[in-house]
Design a protein around this ligand. Structure first.
Ligand code: MEV
Length: 441
């Protein structure tokens, strides 16, 4: 048993720790030391930022803060989106992702670039409630409820309205066929350049209170219980489509030992496989999210929301499938992806996190719509590169080359050994065992 270091109480491996969040950082670390039996303070301190103002900012993002976690912040050059060239920042730990995106971006910049179209920017939220009276009564008085809901949220929506957003629709949804007495207020929002989660949730909580108040005047008809009010991360109406097109013969630089025609044929089959089989579809879409998540994270957006929405969208027709589509017709190769993206360029972390603000500056401070296009383009770049490798050389060749520095560090290589290994493996297959044999030879 160890001592918690704060109260002098003993803690075992099964002890419940209470009040952890009230401890200051030193006290938390002391408690950890007692719990693990090792002093990790020097290591934790080594990752703190040397600039006290920035360090203070980072430490305020999350409760129970200990230190900073580093990931590479890289850049993909030559990303041509709707005729505008970008250098796109990405935060990602997988060594081959930035290289793969750069290869595709460089190629497509010479073949028309990424064409993107925002198909919608609507977001939704719901007040989930139980009404144990007649559904018809609720439907009949709904226009009056709706008017109250608009009225009582006016002060919250005023600012958003002035930026071109606000509440655009309020519906009453009857879900009693799925769950007894279950109804929703289904509310549609436009949130301009913000992702809008806080705005939406504030509106919804006000609506929930209004609904409850309004219905207490009709107690003889039934009782209403609000269970929760929350935005929906399912955003099938906040969607961007990204397309790449070129004559098949221009695919020659990508087609390896295949003719451009054979390459296009194999590419089409690879996409059709990801449309036909869920196991392949998930991996195919993971390749898309390699690019999407890297930019979403770099720009301070919510990648969990973006991922959740994307996977629900991929399954919207009842079975999970690829988010991309391909056409090879009359000598023309056309590849597209359609993805939901609820992202912002104001609010949240976008400006308060210094690296996110920097990432947006690198993109010339785009609107949310422009950012949707740029993010989709990176998803497409990574997916195009992955499928290209898979149907030509295989993925491991390029991936392991990029992974070589990580393997060398893992195996404790000296700087001299690293340099020698980089040279030696230029034309050889990289594997864990090949690298460790090289180091011990
Ligand atoms: C690896 O991060 C991504 C791939 O698996 C994607 C794919 O299989 O399409 C290469």
């Amino acid at each position: 048993m160890a001592n918690d270091g704060i109260t002098g109480n003993h803690i075992s491996k099964t002890s419940i720790i209470s009040g952890f969040s009230k401890l200051n950082r030193d006290e938390r670390i002391e408690l950890l030391r007692n719990n693990t039996g090792v002093d990790i303070a020097p290591e934790l301190d080594s990752f703190l930022h040397s600039n006290p103002v920035l360090q203070q900012t980072f430490s305020e993002y999350s409760e129970n803060y200990l230190t900073n976690f580093f990931l590479p912040f890289g850049v993909v050059p030559n990303v041509l989106v709707n005729g505008e060239m970008y250098l796109v920042p990405m935060v990602i730990e997988e060594s081959s992702v930035v290289a793969a995106a750069s290869r595709a971006a460089g190629f497509w910049a010479q073949h028309g670039g990424f064409k993107t179209e925002v198909l919608g920017t609507k977001k939704k939220g719901q007040v989930h409630f139980i009404w144990n009276g007649q559904g018809d009564f609720l439907k009949q008085i709904f226009p009056k409820i709706e008017a109250e809901l608009y009225l009582n949220t006016e002060t919250i929506t005023a600012g958003m309205k002035s930026r071109g957003g606000g509440i655009t629709d309020i519906g009453l949804v009857d879900l009693t066929s799925k769950l007894a007495n279950y109804y929703q207020l289904d509310v549609v929002f436009e949130t301009a350049d913000a992702m809008g989660a806080n705005f939406i949730n504030t509106c919804l909580e006000e609506m929930a209170a209004t609904l409850k108040d309004f219905m207490t005047g009709f107690a003889q008809q039934g009782t209403l219980e609000v269970v929760m009010s929350i935005l929906s991360n399912h955003t099938p109406e906040s969607v961007v489509k990204c397309t790449l097109t070129c004559p098949v013969e221009e695919l020659a630089p990508m087609s390896g030992t295949y003719s451009p025609d054979d390459f296009a044929h194999r590419f089409k089959l690879a996409v059709q496989m990801a449309q036909a089989d869920v196991s392949r579809a998930v991996t195919h879409n993971k390749g898309i999210y390699n690019g999407i998540d890297g930019v979403v994270l770099a720009t301070g957006n919510d990648w969990r929301a973006v991922e959740a929405a994307g996977h629900a969208y991929a399954a919207q027709n009842g079975s999970y499938r690829a988010l991309s589509d391909v056409k090879v017709e009359d000598g023309l190769f056309e590849y597209s992806i359609t993805v939901p993206l609820a992202v912002g360029t104001v609010g949240g972390l976008t400006k308060s996190h210094p690296m996110a603000a920097l990432a947006l500056k690198m993109l010339r401070n785009p609107s949310a719509k422009k950012l949707m296009g740029i993010i989709a383009a990176l998803g497409m770049a990574n997916n195009f590169s992955a499928v290209t490798s898979l149907i030509t050389s295989g993925i491991q060749k390029g991936h392991m080359k990029m992974h070589l520095p990580n393997l060398l560090s893992q195996l404790g290589a000296t700087e001299q050994q690293k340099a020698a290994a980089m040279e030696y493996f230029k034309n050889k297959v990289v594997s864990y065992s090949a690298v460790s044999s090289f180091l011990t030879a």
